[in-house]
Design a protein around this ligand. Structure first.
Ligand code: ME8
Length: 512
C-alpha cells in the first residue's frame, strides 16, 4: 500500500448559476492548505467538483430552455475557468453526473437498504424548493421556509427514508469524545445543540413523477435520490470507495472537509451517520467557515447580491484577490466584502509593504552592487533582530496553518516584512553608500534579500503567482516543484548570483 495522502475536499458547488466569490473563498482556502501540505513533502489529494442534480438545477435548465445535462455541461466550464484563473491546484474534479459517482451512490444505497437502514414510508410535509428541504409544519416560520423564507409546498407521497434517528446517540457521543471533529469549536456546540432535539429520519428519495433529474434508486426504479444524499457521497466516490481499494486506503480518512456554515447540518449530521452505517471511518475534521456578506446579508445567487470573481481578478489580479480573502477575515467568521476595503488592503499590505520592500531592495542591489547578491556580512543588532524574526516564522506558520488560521499566518509574515521596511528607514542605506560604508551596506542588503527570499517561499501557498514572480526577480534558482520546506532549510541566497529586477509586483491603485 502507498503512503497515506493528505486528503482535502471543497464542497461540490451547485451549477444552477455562475460561480461567485463565496465559492472562490472555499476553493482558495483548500488550495492554500493543499499547497502548504505539498511544501511539507506530503502527497496531497485535493478534490473539488460540482453538484448537478435536483430540482433547483432542473428549474434553471428549464429557465434556460436546455435539457438538464446540456445546461450543466454549459456551466461546469465556468467553474473550471475560475479555478484556472485563481491557480487552484486541485487533483481531481468530480461531477455528480459522472458514471463513477452514480455507480458509487447506487452501491451505497443498495448496501444501506440491505442492511435495513433505509425503509419505505408515506411522507407528509412541506417542501422548500430553493433549499431542497422538507420541513415539518411546526418548523415553518409564518408558513415559510425557516432558512430562506420562500414559500413551501405541502406534499404527501411514498418515499424512502434513511434511519438517522437510530444513530443519534452514537453521533452525539462521537462528537463529544472527538473535539477536533467539527471546527471551529462554536460550530461543534451548534451541532451538539441540534442533537439535543430528536432527529427525524431523512427522506432520501423523490418520486420520479415529481423529479426525474437525479440518480435512480436501484431498489425503487420509480424514485431518484435526494440531491444531498447523492452529493455527500462524492467524498468517497472521488477517492475510489468500492472501486479502487488501493486509492481509497491511501486517501481515507479525509483530513479536511472544508465547507461554509450554511451546509453544516448535512456534513456534521447526515454524512457521519451515512459513513458509520456503511462501516467507513469518519473524516478527521469538518471545518465550517463564515460567509462573505454584501449589504448586511449573505452573498448568494438567490439574493442576487453577488460579486463576480472574474471581474475582481481582471481588475486586481488573482494574487491580491487570494490575499484579501485569506487575510481580511478570521477563517470561521463572517466578513463584509467591499471594494473600498479591498483597495485599502491592496495599497497597504501589498503595494506599500511587500511590493515596496522588494522593489527598493532590488533597486539598491542594482545601484550599489551591480545587481549581484552580496556575501553575508557581519550583522549588527538590527540585522540580527530581523534574522531572528525570520527564523521564527516557520514555527508560526506550522502552528497557524494546520488550524486553517490563514490571517494569523499572513500577519506573521507581514510582521517580518514590516520590520525589514523599518530597518531600511532606520539604517539609511543611501547614507551608508554616501559614506562608503560598504561592509555595512553589504550586510544590510544581504539580510534584506534573505528576508525577501524566504518570504517569497512562505507566501507560496497563499499567492503562488506572486511567489514565483518574486523568485524570478530575486534571481533564485528554484523551480515551482522544488518549493518545499526541505529546500528552504538548505538556504536560498547564493552570493555572486544576479538578481532580475522587474516592474513593481503590486502597483498602487489610485481609487479616484
Ligand atoms: O451548498 N460566503 O452548493 P453551493 C462564503 N451543492 N462562502 C460561500 C458563500 C458566501 N456568501 N456562498 C457560498 C451547495 N459559499 C451544495 C454543497 S457538498 C457535498 C454540496 C461557499 O453552490 C461555501 O463553501 O450553494 C458554501 O458552503 C458553498 O459555497 C455552497 O455552495
Amino acid at each position: 500500500m502507498g503512503k497515506k495522502r493528505f486528503y482535502i475536499t471543497s464542497p461540490l458547488y451547485y451549477v444552477n448559476a455562475d460561480p461567485h466569490i463565496g465559492h472562490a473563498y472555499t476553493e482558495i482556502a483548500c488550495d492554500c492548505i493543499a499547497r502548504y501540505e505539498r511544501m511539507k513533502g506530503k502527497e496531497v489529494f485535493f478534490l473539488t467538483g460540482t453538484d448537478e442534480h435536483g430540482q433547483k438545477i432542473l428549474r434553471s435548465a428549464e429557465d434556460n430552455g436546455k435539457a438538464p445535462i446540456d445546461f450543466v455541461d454549459s456551466v461546469v466550464p465556468k467553474f473550471k475557468d475560475l479555478w484556472k484563473g485563481l491557480s487552484i491546484s486541485y487533483d481531481d474534479f468530480i461531477r455528480t453526473t459522472e458514471k463513477r459517482h452514480v455507480d458509487t451512490v447506487q452501491k451505497v444505497l443498495a448496501t444501506l437498504y440491505k442492511k435495513g437502514d433505509i425503509y419505505q414510508d408515506e411522507y407528509k410535509g412541506f417542501y422548500c424548493t430553493p433549499c431542497e428541504t422538507f420541513w415539518p409544519k411546526m418548523q415553518l416560520e409564518d408558513g415559510l421556509c425557516p432558512d430562506c423564507k420562500h414559500k413551501v409546498e405541502e406534499i404527501s407521497e411514498t418515499n424512502y427514508f434513511f434511519k438517522l434517528s437510530k444513530y443519534q446517540d452514537w453521533l452525539k457521543n462521537y462528537i463529544k469524545e472527538t473535539p477536533g471533529f467539527i471546527s471551529p469549536g462554536f460550530r461543534r456546540n451548534e451541532v451538539l445543540g441540534y442533537l439535543e432535539e430528536p432527529l427525524n429520519d431523512l427522506c432520501i428519495s423523490r418520486p420520479n413523477t415529481r423529479l426525474s433529474w437525479g440518480i435512480n434508486i436501484p431498489f425503487a426504479q420509480d424514485h431518484v435520490t435526494y440531491v444531498w444524499f447523492d452529493a455527500l457521497i462524492n467524498y468517497i466516490s472521488g477517492c475510489g470507495w468500492g472501486s479502487d481499494d488501493k486509492k481509497f486506503k491511501e486517501c481515507w480518512p479525509c483530513d479536511f472537509h472544508v465547507i461554509g456554515k450554511d451546509i453544516l447540518r448535512p456534513h456534521a449530521v447526515y454524512w457521519p451517520i451515512m459513513l458509520h452505517a456503511l462501516g467507513v471511518e469518519l473524516p478527521k475534521t469538518i471545518f465550517a467557515h463564515g460567509w462573505w456578506m454584501m449589504g448586511g446579508s449573505k452573498m448568494s445567487k438567490s439574493k442576487g447580491n453577488v460579486i463576480d470573481p472574474f471581474e475582481i481578478i481582471e481588475k486586481y489580479g488573482q494574487n491580491a484577490f487570494r490575499y484579501f480573502l485569506l487575510r481580511e477575515v478570521t477563517f470561521g467568521l463572517d466578513g463584509t466584502f467591499s471594494e473600498e476595503v479591498f483597495i485599502t488592503r491592496f495599497n497597504g499590505d501589498l503595494a506599500n509593504d511587500l511590493g515596496n520592500l522588494l522593489n527598493r531592495t532590488l533597486t539598491m542591489v542594482e545601484k550599489y552592487f551591480d545587481g549581484v547578491v552580496p556575501e553575508e556580512g557581519d550583522m549588527d543588532e538590527q540585522d540580527k533582530a530581523l534574522d531572528d524574526k525570520l527564523k521564527g516564522l516557520p514555527a508560526k506558520i506550522d502552528k497557524f496553518l494546520p488550524e486553517l488560521n490563514f490571517n494569523q499566518s499572513l500577519i506573521s509574515v507581514w510582521e517580518v516584512i514590516n520590520i525589514a521596511n523599518k530597518h531600511i528607514e532606520v539604517s539609511k542605506p543611501w547614507q551608508l553608500a554616501k559614506e562608503n560604508k560598504i561592509e555595512r551596506l553589504k550586510a544590510l542588503m544581504h539580510i534584506l534579500l534573505k528576508v525577501l527570499s524566504y518570504s517569497a517561499l512562505y507566501i507560496y501557498p497563499f499567492m503562488p503567482g506572486c511567489s514565483l514572480e518574486m523568485i524570478k526577480q530575486l534571481g533564485l534558482d528554484i523551480k515551482e516543484k522544488d518549493i518545499t520546506f526541505d529546500r528552504l532549510r538548505s538556504g536560498l541566497l547564493k552570493p555572486g548570483t544576479k538578481i532580475n529586477k522587474g516592474s513593481p509586483i503590486f502597483p498602487r491603485i489610485d481609487s479616484n
